[in-house]
Design a protein around this ligand. Structure first.
Ligand SMILES: NC(=O)C1=CN([C@@H]2O[C@H](COP(=O)(O)OP(=O)(O)OC[C@H]3O[C@@H](n4cnc5c(N)ncnc54)[C@H](OP(=O)(O)O)[C@@H]3O)[C@@H](O)[C@H]2O)C=CC1
Ligand SMILES: CC(=O)C(=O)O
Ligand SMILES: [Mg+2]
Length: 556
């Protein structure tokens, strides 16, 4: 018998403030006689697969999630490789572009600049205040590589939280997707009669900061146990608000820190394979970032921090990293630079700007080329061949999302490096045959990090998310490869193991929180690793067994 959950939007706010109850079993006669959970699961999969277009599959899955969350998460968890690209990148990119047209019902909180001065009243309308543990907050200003989508960014917050639930067993009721509406500079949306957001251009930086200060303060009062994940803020605001709030509230920025962690992890596993082929030590790597925004610089900072842990000075660590932006190689003599790029501006080049990627590669001789530029096909055949000529096993990560903005595809990377490429992309590519061998692309996406990082921070009741916690998530992910996965040459684990991986990452994150003294759940300190892992697993919400058996997180 399938369990039908009444969507909480239908119930009225007052009623919903009560603790969640197990869903009532539908009374006899209210479901068809032969409705069986196992067969219904097959029925749902068949309905999903009958749709031709991914956006239709997205719409079907959104409806299933609302009507029968257990079935939705069961399908998602048992078919992660098939479902993740539908509820997350790349399809979520289309869902955002079309949100104002495909919108059917509210899911999440919308807080606009017009709510300034009374944000508290809006937050009070959230039906499950006591349950709230994690919120993904976007202002829609840089959605994936698609730019300013205004309030159409909401599906990003929804999609990330679905992955928290599927991937780390966060209770559905404990999640709050939030989209802040501070206007949009997207002319097409402003002219669209169906656009769902405020019909005004983005407010000034000053007005935004005043709004953000009130928002963060009121969030901490309304939801005292909440961890906040900032998502897809434009790069200047991403760095600004992370620094402004990170020592005051439990908050992290997924694009800077989550991406930094996932890419460091993949880089470490790739570097092992690359070093085995070249004999070069880790300390000889030169990493070229094509793209110097929140993601590129975030990854650079994470790599630099790792190199300093290996005993290098900050200056020595910095030497390993080269940035390229839309004006070419980033170096000090080039002229004024955006604040976030300065840390990696080169001091060892004084000539005219180098703008062509092939020329930059000839100058830098990189061992690794990472794309975070939103520039489709920037890694041309010539670029890929140049990387192959420089390295027996070149590390090439085209990480821009969605897939249509990827700097190259897997097939081209394989063919232009004689199959030697160590590859990871932001959005998924299919495996391929090359010279009689199956080659597997990695997916270097922060979805491997944030569920475990968030779960660990929540369970530790961390008062802030420290750099050491982020680093622990990264090293935990790198370590979580099984011997079988290493044997296949993978640099990221199979996504089917996401719960196991998230539990491991959460354990590492909790230990790091304890070392940094930011944990408030001090009972966890005396647990050995085995008991701590069991504790983490016992807290994961499980869609298979029905609501009654779900762990209760209300004590956290
Ligand atoms: N795989 C993952 O997990 C993640 C992937 N991403 C992806 O990374 C991408 C970038 O995100 P983010 O850093 O926040 O975005 P930004 O827009 O802030 O950064 C883009 C960067 O690319 C540079 N750039 C743009 N065009 C070119 C070009 N033709 N040649 C060289 N450089 C160029 C820009 O240069 P300039 O500074 O001069 O404008 C800027 O430095 C997005 O597609 C996003 O989806 C982000 C987070 C996680
Ligand atoms: C994956 C992600 O966070 C991004 O592309 O922005
Ligand atoms: Mg993002």
């Amino acid at each position: 018998m399938t369990i039908v959950l009444t969507p909480f939007w239908c119930n009225g706010v007052q009623k919903l403030k009560k603790a969640p109850q197990p869903p009532p079993k539908p009374a006899h006669g209210l479901t068809p006689p032969a409705l069986d959970d196992t067969i219904h699961y097959e029925r749902c999969l068949a309905q999903l697969r009958s749709k031709d277009k991914n956006i239709e599959k997205y719409i079907y899955l959104s409806a299933l999630k609302e009507q029968d969350p257990h079935m939705f998460y069961k399908v998602a968890l048992l078919h992660m490789p098939e479902i993740t690209p539908l509820i997350y990148t790349p399809t979520v990119g289309d869902a955002c572009l079309q949100y104002s047209h495909i919108y059917r019902r509210p899911e999440g909180l919308f807080i606009s600049i017009n709510d300034k001065g009374k944000i508290r009243n809006v937050l009070k309308n959230w039906p499950r205040i006591d349950e709230a543990r994690i919120s993904v907050v976007t202002d829609g200003s840089r959605i994936l590589g698609l730019g300013d989508l205004g309030v159409n960014g909401m599906p990003i917050s929804i999609g990330k939280l679905s992955l928290y639930i599927a991937g780390a067993g966060i209770r559905p009721e404990s999640t709050i997707p939030i989209c802040l509406d501070l206007g949009t500079n997207n002319e097409k949306f402003l002219a669209d009669p169906l656009y769902l957001g405020l019909r005004q251009r983005r407010v000034s930086d000053e007005a935004m900061t005043a709004f953000m200060d009130e928002f963060m303060h009121e969030m901490s009062i309304a939801f005292p146990k909440l961890l906040i994940q900032f998502e897809d803020f434009s790069t200047d605001h991403a760095f600004l608000y992370l620094e402004r709030y990170r020592n005051k509230y439990p908050v992290f920025n997924d694009d800077i820190q989550g991406t930094g962690a996932v890419v460091l992890s993949g880089f470490l596993n790739a570097a092992k394979l690359s070093s085995a082929a070249s004999g070069r030590p880790l300390s000889s790597h030169r990493i070229l970032f094509f793209g110097a925004g929140s993601a590129g610089v975030g990854v650079g900072l994470q790599l630099m921090s790792f190199f300093t842990l290996q005993g290098l000075s900050k200056e020595e660590a910095r030497e390993h990293i080269y940035l390229v932006d839309s004006q070419g190689l980033v170096y000090n003599d080039r002229g004024p630079l955006a604040e976030h790029k300065k840390v990696f501006a080169r001091n060892d080049y004084h000539g005219p700007p180098i703008t062509n990627l092939l020329d930059i590669i000839a100058h830098v001789k990189p061992t690794a080329l990472l794309g975070l530029s939103t520039t489709k096909d920037a890694f041309t055949a010539d670029v890929l061949q140049a990387m192959g000529a420089l390295n027996p096993r070149p590390i090439i990560f085209p990480l821009s999302n969605p897939v249509r903005l990827s700097e190259c595809n897997f097939e081209d990377a394989v063919e232009n490096t004689a199959g030697q490429v160590l590859f990871a992309s932001g959005s998924p590519f299919p495996e391929m045959q090359f010279n009689g061998k199956t080659l597997y692309p990695g997916q270097g996406n922060n979805m491997y990090i944030f569920p475990g990082l968030g779960l660990g921070a929540i369970l530790a009741r961390a008062t802030s998310v420290t750099d050491s916690m982020v680093e622990a998530s990264s090293l935990g992910l790198a370590e979580s490869l099984t011997p079988e996965e290493r044997g296949l040459g993978l640099i990221y684990p199979h996504i089917e193991r996401i719960r196991e991986i998230s539990a491991f990452i959460a354990k590492e994150v909790i230990r790091a929180a304890q070392k940094a003294n930011v944990d408030h759940h001090t009972e966890l300190r005396s647990m050995n690793d085995k008991d701590l892992t069991e504790f983490i697993n016992s807290k994961m919400w499980n869609p298979y067994n029905g609501f009654a058996k779900v762990g209760n997180m209300s004590h956290l």
